[in-house]
Design a protein around this ligand. Sequence first.
Ligand code: TYM
Length: 329
Amino acid sequence: MRVVSGIQTTGNLHLGNYLGAIKQWVAMQDQGECLFFLADLHALTGNISPQELANSTIEMAATLMASGIDDRAILFNQARVPAHAELCWILNGTARMGWLNRMTQWKDKAGKNREGASVGLFTYPVLQAADVLVYKATHVPVGEDQKQHLELARDIATKFNTDFEVDLFPLPEPFISKAAPRIMSLRDGSAKMSKSDPSDLSRINLSDDDDTIAQKFKKAKTDPEPLPDSFDALAERPEAKNLVTIFAALSDRDPQSVVAEFAGQGFGSFKPALADLAISTLGPVRERLNQLLVDREAVGAQLARGAERASTLAAPTLLAAQKAVGLQV
Ligand code: TYM
């Protein structure tokens, strides 16, 4: 089992990333060979200043380390392993415009101004395919929003293997958290919790202090009804369902046991319990993060070591892909 996944280095790591992806990354370190990376090349497809990119790469790496990613995994930043970009270019010859045009993230992010969108934003999923295929990943732990990109990676791998009559790329399997596939915004139960939401009240950041966490849950949108005794009864109450899902995922409990415990109670008592739980889970992560950020150079050195190990693993696949297409290297 070869596990590979990445996170964009823009903004803060939030509770959606943590529960949807990072918790699984931490757990999978004992189950197989893991490579986790900061997707700094992907971050270039948005509007990010050089200073912001440099800072957020180190801060995001430190947040992953504080969350429990350690030497069992290889942690690095994508830009330091040129094989990602090199394989991406080869796969640009395999991916089809029609496939990329159907990507919902492209449609959402480019909006109506497609002519003005960066070319990188369009080919973003091809780099993502290269990220996993260059390591012959078998398992890719992600939130539900990345499923379509992973399906595209499988299509690209299949077409490449067929076109060049090789058996080079295994098909990567998206591994989506059952507990928290899609954590929603605290302000709108129909929008996912996201780094790009202009309202900071919509998300819990891993860098938020205890008071901020408590305030954000207090202000979270809900409805006036008490909690029912069955989780299924929350199907039409997206904000309430989201808070129960967060409670269950944070405490590794079944959501049904959470509603059973709070059945008949209103959010006046559920929200403070949720805030206490989040504070006791995330507080220690934030403390480790602050300690790690005292020595940013040490975090950079850790990434450099990870990049060396990752480069060694990527090299034979890149070479095989170059040979398959007829490049003389
Ligand atoms: P990114 O940086 O948006 O998110 C990182 C991980 O967090 C998950 N996630 C969520 N899960 C549940 N609820 C949410 N509200 C939520 N928001 C984010 C994402 O699904 C993801 O797993 N394109 C990727 C980064 C990437 C990548 C890769 C991932 C680049 N190359 C190769 C896997 C494999 C992205 O922008 O994720």
